[in-house]
Design a protein around this ligand. Structure first.
Ligand code: PEP
Ligand code: CO
Length: 383
């Protein structure tokens, strides 16, 4: 550590880290991690604290969080024009909304994906599943699917480049999935003694890694950044309350955001109890709607897709639940791109268009036109 004190082994290391790739070359992983631990962090504690203060306004009902970007960033697509288009799109969407907006990119580190299955079988052949560019490649070959730790250094370099292109124009966030990478970039703030993830301003725990006894919750409890947790349909109110106790024991507004992704058909049934019990506990979390991950299905063409109308329906249900309870619908978390892709159907894209420009390596994103349309409809709903 830079302050010369001897760090004890972080507590999360003794716990189960779900979704950790089976790195075949642990020695190489150790070298890459040591190299990252000696590299400058991408964000500073002051910037992270500034985001916590902005998110406190969201938790208090005075502002709205707009969080968006790719499902999975690609190492070979970190180009300044593409990054600027994404920033421009998020800024336009923010400007459309009728209250102060905190804009946070799903960017500069969103390179690791949790997967439902460890392997994938095509035409009788089984290989490791694609886990994001941080781990392996998309092509269905032995070499590409081999988890390669040197990719973590490339993620750092691409993320640094992205942060440089953004020049402070936006906060950055990603799923803190690969704890080897996150720990390597975690630094202690010498002024306060608190640890901060240096890989992004806001990190979130995915729906598959939010176990109370797991390594992810333990790591996240150890950092001072603003953090979020995704809550899918299996999340109970009791689980949400236990997460608050572990991750926000001091009840600091802005520290903890819940990103709920329940699906258009279930949001009205499942969300009220979560919000009611958390609100009754006195916790000041920010509530954010992810209308993407509960609404994915396979198109006849076998493309993974989402319907724009389902996305809008989940947002509408989310707002209605909060209105009925007198609580603040605090934000929107979306997978989008500034490019003219055809990945989600509706709002100008038909099933027959999906093959035209389907570029996502993981989940389907809203294109720029669909994103702006969603922002206009959301603005109407918020008024
Ligand atoms: C994601 O945000 O891409 C994702 C995998 O979400 P979740 O953890 O909610 O499934
Ligand atoms: Co996704």
């Amino acid at each position: 550590m830079s302050d010369g004190t001897v760090e004890t082994v972080p507590g999360w290391r003794t716990l189960v880290a779900r979704q950790r790739p089976p790195w075949p070359d642990e020695a190489r992983l150790g070298e890459v991690v040591a190299d990252l631990a000696a590299s400058p962090p991408l964000v500073t504690p002051d910037e992270c604290d500034a985001l916590t203060a902005r998110l406190a306004q969201v938790a208090e009902g005075k502002a709205f969080l707009l969080q968006g970007g790719d499902c999975a960033e690609r190492l070979d697509q970190a180009s300044a024009p593409a990054i600027e288009r994404k920033l421009g799109l998020l800024r336009k969407m923010s400007a459309i909304l009728p209250l102060p907006v905190v804009t946070v990119g799903r960017i500069a580190g969103q390179y690791a994906k949790p997967r439902s299955w460890p392997t994938e079988t095509v035409d009788g052949r089984t290989l490791p599943v694609y886990r994001g560019d941080a781990v392996n490649g998309t092509a269905f070959t032995d070499v590409e699917r081999w988890p390669d730790p040197t990719r973590l250094r490339r993620v750092y370099d691409a993320s640094k480049y992205t942060v440089d292109v953004l020049r402070g124009g936006m906060f950055v966030s990603h799923e803190g999935l690969l704890l080897d990478y996150e720990e390597a970039l975690t630094r202690r703030d010498l002024r306060t003694g608190r640890r901060y993830a240096g890989s992004g301003h806001l990190l979130w725990i995915g729906d598959r890694t939010r176990q109370l006894d797991g390594a992810h919750v333990a790591y996240f409890a150890s950092i001072g950044n603003p953090i979020a947790v995704k809550l899918g349909p299996s999340a109970t109110a009791e689980h949400a309350l236990a997460l608050i106790d572990r991750l926000d024991p001091d009840r600091t507004p802005g520290r903890l955001t819940f990103v709920v992704r329940l699906g258009a058909r279930r949001v009205r049934d499942l969300l009220p109890e979560l919000v009611e019990k958390v609100t009754a506990s006195g916790a000041a979390v920010a509530w954010v709607c992810d209308p993407m991950h509960g609404n994915t299905f396979q198109a006849p063409s076998r493309h993974k897709t989402r319907r724009f109308e389902d996305v809008l329906a989940e947002v509408t249900g989310f707002l209605e639940v909060h209105r009925a309870l007198g609580t603040h619908a605090g934000g929107l978390h979306v997978e989008l791109t500034g490019e003219d892709v055809t990945e989600c159907v509706g709002a100008g894209v038909g099933f027959d268009d999906l093959h035209r420009r389907y570029e996502s390596a993981c989940d389907p994103r809203l294109n720029a036109g669909q994103s702006l349309e969603l922002a206009f409809l959301l603005a109407d709903l918020l008024r």
